[in-house]
Write a protein that binds this ligand. Structure first.
Ligand SMILES: Nc1ncnc2c1ncn2[C@@H]1O[C@H](COP(=O)(O)OP(=O)(O)OP(=O)(O)O)[C@@H](O)[C@H]1O
Length: 399
């Protein structure tokens, strides 16, 4: 075999451990930068669970990449370790509510994460079980193997309705669980999320609220430096980390963005066949990151929001204006054509206006009010934030 050709044999010239640059990587506590106060506050909110008591329910807000998921996962794991020393069993369930948005999916995921069939004799099948049966199994699992269950609901605003929150927050009070207690950590980018909840859920869910601020360039540099061992020694040119940190700081201090740009810069160096990540690669890495982020964000939008983005991209491409501001009416006519092509009934204008405001809230588009002249009222105009070609590509690749 020694003279046979292998495509996998050569060591990676750039990366020593690329996993350190994946979003899924959970760094150790001493590698979590600039979040001491937030970790302290979270610890205080849930500390009663360490002795088997009921933790406070917590809501965490903040823009993307501000360490909300990371700190929630880290602190709950730390709590479970500390509780184990007191012979208290803490189980942690993490739910990505964007992926698991229905009540059934959410309860099933929680039950599956907390279960250990060897200890509980309870099974949690993927299908064929009613929602109420999933709940029954979850309560059995909690009481038979845990003292405390902590449930992290990431992107909690994506849940369909409040029912699951109502059930979870009232489990002990309603006598569903008798020996164990439950705590919820909800995470959201939407600062006004709480206003959408009914009063009963609101008061029990947000016993403690925290807002995670964006990172500044110094913190982003420190976060990137703490991951520099993802690269082989001396591979990163000196200015790479400061430049990446400055770019990410300019765009709302997003650590995810910073880490992604650094990883792309390494991949570009690899594609060039060099063994140095030059600072010149950072701009291209930034573009790749933007494109990937845009595709991901667009793919997460409901179908008709994607059609509207495409309609706006098409209208933008048609005009010769330098900063095209497209009236909602013009988007609507292009949207009708897109729907026709897709064989779907278009939504009414009023709903379209709502979807456009949601897209503006997500910063995918910008909106403004423009007067039509004296006495003629005002109308809304819309502008794409990103390049229309990129947007139209992203919309069509995620159809
Ligand atoms: N303080 C930090 N120290 C080290 N790494 C960090 C820090 N904050 C965030 N990161 C890293 O940045 C990435 C994004 O963080 P995280 O997913 O926690 O952000 P988030 O606020 O939950 O964002 P989103 O709302 O998009 O889920 C992860 O890879 C995480 O490990």
């Amino acid at each position: 075999m020694s003279d046979s050709k292998s495509f996998f044999g050569n060591p990676d010239p750039i990366f020593a451990d690329k996993e350190l640059l994946r979003v899924s990587h959970l760094p150790q506590g001493d590698r979590i930068i600039g979040r001491d106060d937030e970790l302290q506050s979270l610890a205080k909110a849930i500390k009663d669970a360490q002795r088997g008591g009921t933790p406070n329910n917590v809501l965490i807000y903040g823009k993307t990449g501000t360490g909300k998921s990371l700190c929630s996962k880290y602190i709950t794991r730390d709590l479970a370790d500390a509780a184990a020393e007191n012979d208290v069993k803490v189980g942690i369930a993490y739910v990505d509510c964007f992926q698991e948005s229905t009540e059934t999916q959410t309860v099933r995921t929680i039950a599956r994460s907390l279960n250990d069939p060897d200890q509980t004799d309870v099974t949690v099948p993927h299908s064929g079980v009613s929602t109420s049966d999933y709940y029954r199994r979850l309560w059995d699992i909690l009481d038979s193997r845990l003292d405390v269950g902590i449930i992290i609901l990431d992107e909690i605003d994506k849940l369909d309705g409040d029912n699951v929150l109502m059930q979870l927050s009232r489990a002990a009070e309603a006598g569903k669980v008798n020996k164990s207690t439950l705590g919820i950590i909800g995470i959201s980018n939407k600062i006004r999320y709480k206003d959408t909840l009914n009063e009963r859920v609101k008061s029990s869910l947000s016993e403690r609220d925290f807002v995670f601020p964006p990172y500044d360039a110094g913190q982003l540099r420190a976060i990137l430096r703490s991951r520099a061992d993802a690269f082989r020694e001396d591979v990163l040119a000196e200015d790479v980390i400061p430049k990446v940190a400055a770019l990410a700081a300019r765009e709302h201090g997003d650590a995810r963005k910073a880490i992604d740009i650094l990883r792309y810069a390494g991949e570009i160096a690899d594609e060039h066949g060099t063994d140095t990540v030059h600072v010149e690669y950072v701009d291209e890495a930034h573009e790749r990151e933007e494109q990937a982020r845009l595709s991901e964000l667009i793919s997460k939008q409901p179908t008709h929001s994607r059609y509207l983005m495409l309609a706006l991209a098409l209208r933008t491409q048609e005009t010769s204006e330098e900063t095209p501001m497209i009236p909602t009416k013009q988007i609507y006519s292009a949207y009708q054509i897109v729907c026709d092509r897709e064989g779907t009934e278009p939504l009414k204008m009023r709903r379209v206006r709502d979807l456009l405001s949601e897209l503006a809230f997500l910063s995918l588009i910008e909106q403004d009010r423009k007067g039509r002249g004296k006495g003629k009222g005002a109308h809304t105009v819309n502008e794409l934030v990103d390049d229309p070609e990129l947007v139209s590509e992203a919309c069509q690749s995620t159809r």
